[in-house]
Design a protein around this ligand. Structure first.
Ligand code: FES
Length: 157
């Protein structure tokens, strides 16, 4: 098993310092840390708490309350596949199966090399071009199995 990528504590200290004097500093801090690192490393919780005058348990509560904040390392490429009804009836199930097989991952898992995390979502809000998936910030609509091949050849190449 490959270890999670190392965390640059100085980078985190700088982010904390940039926000610590703002009126509501915790959310912008943790969002920025996640943008840079990909998740909120556990060792950052006491650092944030100390900077803003909260208990670590209070910061932890904020982080765990929000579904969009992650406390575990994630892959460089987060692959999201829609499992909503519109996508399902237009072939989404086969697309998800193909991606699971290709990446060797189940929903919610991250590859050992931290290259990919696979997630499913209940709707991406673009049912008109179902079935849909995203890889990082790239959005792919009207998906089919041959397009899945192209998407992953591109991201691997
Ligand atoms: S059901 Fe997939 S985008 Fe809405």
């Amino acid at each position: 098993m490959v270890n999670a990528p190392p965390v640059d504590i100085n980078q985190i200290k700088k982010i904390i310092n940039d926000y610590k004097d703002s009126q509501w500093p915790v959310m912008p801090m943790v969002e920025h840390i996640q943008d840079e690192i990909g998740y909120i490393p556990p060792q950052t919780i006491p650092m944030i708490a100390k900077a803003v005058g909260l208990f670590p348990s209070q910061v932890q509560s904020i982080v765990t309350f929000h579904d969009q904040l992650y406390t575990e390392p994630r892959g460089k490429n987060v692959v999201r596949v829609c499992r909503g009804t519109a996508c399902h009836v237009r072939g989404g199930k086969a697309i998800l199966k193909s991606i699971k097989g290709r990446l060797g991952l189940e929903d919610g898992q991250t590859s050992e090399d931290f290259e990919y995390t696979l997630e499913t979502v209940s709707c991406m809000g673009m049912c008109a071009v179902a079935p849909n998936m995203t890889v990082g910030k790239n959005i792919y609509g009207n998906m089919n199995l041959s397009k899945v091949d192209k998407v992953f050849k591109k991201s691997e190449g």
